[in-house]
Design a binder for this molecule. Structure first.
Ligand code: PLP
Length: 435
């Protein structure tokens, strides 16, 4: 059947019943974006419990890299599940974990040898990075960025600064975290223009923070997303990561890149930092790594991974079934999906950029590969979050799954299997919602 196909305006009766049941017993902290109640997923399509078919351009927040229930990933999961489900990778040995660690070490950007710590999630990969950075440097302070999202456990939450609501009433958070503005040229935090700005979003660190607030010798790490995800799919200026790398090198600070959202082929390269040729000391990954099974990885240079046995551990991290799913996922990404992300992502970006010429409410189209953001603004240039939310909801009702990010941006982050004809369908629905 053609996708999307809306039989009954969502949420239909079955979805309404499921939602009512869910709300009775699940924590009120969950913030559901729209009333999507899923029965099945296949490739680019999601079927809801009322038989509506949706075209998925959000991939469960950039996770379903290979599409929903890819047969090769399902087969790998089934085969491993029949062997054993758990033995505790922190304490014992098994092949899928050793094989995945070897694979990640080879895939990770840069020439240095790597060591891998496997986790269950993105936030745990960031926690591991924070702990290792402090342990290795014997320093305590961390630099992070406004607009960043690194997770919701207390360590990573102390770095997260995309919305104050994520932090409100959870303090005190970990001390020694210093936030500075990110390289967001479309809404430059210094009201400067790229080309004549001197990249003040980086120079601020030495000119202000290291001069007035903390000496660089006390800073363990700079933690940065090479492209901000939750903060609005913001691509920094070309010099940005290289300049951060240079500051880190000069002061013995570790450069930690959070590639939880941007990694695993999404931007058309295995990791986004490869677009700028900058090697991090520690890289955090999760989301797309295992097509939806819970898995994360902290990939550190061997020279940095100096923590001895017993300093860190996990019961479930590196679960064998999740490792098998990751190995199948990576094989698919390497053998075509990464290329597809670059090619179809370029096509999608072109189409969205064309829309900008006929729709003045679009103030910016940006991103790399299939990590694309469309920012909306009012006539006076201020971010238009209300219209963004209405458009995301209208697209949902028309059968297209999108998600917002930042103040007024819509993210396009489909599974990496997406085709150009599916892009045509999605852009047409998006255009009609904008109209
Ligand atoms: N880091 C980034 C860049 C993310 O986008 C996210 C989640 O959206 C996280 C960390 C946290 O990952 P998780 O939700 O798996 O804990």
């Amino acid at each position: 059947m053609k996708v999307p196909h809306i039989k009954i305006k969502p949420p239909g009766p079955n979805a309404q019943a499921l939602i009512a049941r869910d709300h009775k017993f699940t924590a009120p902290a969950y913030k559901r974006v729209y009333p999507l109640a899923v029965k099945e997923g296949r490739g680019m399509a999601i079927e809801d419990v009322d038989g509506n078919l949706f075209l998925d351009f959000m991939a469960g927040i950039a996770v379903a890299a290979t599409g929903h229930s890819h047969p090769k990933v399902v087969q790998a999961i089934e085969e491993q599940a029949r062997k054993f489900l758990h033995i505790c990778g922190g304490d014992f040995y098994y092949e899928p974990m050793a094989e995945l660690a070897e694979k990640l070490g080879k895939l990770a950007p840069g020439p240095s040898e790597k060591k891998i710590f496997l986790t269950n999630s993105g936030t745990e990969a960031v926690e591991a990075a924070l702990k290792l950075a402090r342990y290795h440097t014997k320093r305590q302070h961390i630099v992070a960025f406004f607009g960043s999202f690194h997770g919701r456990t207390l360590g990573s939450l102390s770095l997260t600064a995309s919305r104050a609501a994520y932090r409100a009433h959870f303090g005190p958070l970990i001390p020694g975290v210093h936030h500075i503005p990110y390289g967001y040229c479309h809404r430059c935090p210094y009201n400067l223009t790229y080309g004549s700005c001197g990249i003040q979003c980086v120079t601020h660190l030495e000119d202000v923070v290291f001069r007035h607030e903390v000496t660089p010798e006390e800073v363990a790490a700079i933690v940065v997303e090479p492209i901000q995800g939750e903060g609005g799919y913001v691509v920094p200026p070309p010099e940005y990561l290289g300049m951060l790398r240079e500051i880190c090198d000069r002061h013995g600070i570790l450069l930690v890149m959070d590639e939880v959202q941007s990694g695993f082929g999404r931007t058309g390269k295995m990791f986004a930092c490869e677009h700028w040729g900058v090697e991090p000391d520690i890289l955090c990954a999760a989301k797309g790594i295992a097509s939806g099974l819970p898995l994360g990885a902290m990939i550190a240079k061997s020279a940095v991974s100096t923590w001895p046995a017993g300093t860190h551990g996990t019961t479930f991290g590196g679960n064998p079934v999740a490792c098998a799913a990751a190995l199948a996922t990576i094989e698919l990404i390497e053998n075509g999906l990464m290329r597809n992300a670059a090619e179809v992502g370029g096509y999608l970006k072109e189409k969205l950029t064309q829309l900008k010429t006929s729709h003045p409410s679009i103030s910016d189209v940006r991103g790399l590969g299939l990590m694309l953001g469309v920012e909306l603004a009012r006539a006076d240039g201020t971010p238009d979050g209300q219209s963004r939310d209405r458009i995301v909801m209208t697209c949902f009702e028309k059968g297209l799954l999108l998600l917002g990010c930042g103040e007024s941006t819509i993210r396009f982050a489909p599974p990496l299997i997406v085709t150009k004809s599916e892009v045509d369908v999605a852009v047409e629905i998006f255009r009609s919602a904008l109209d």
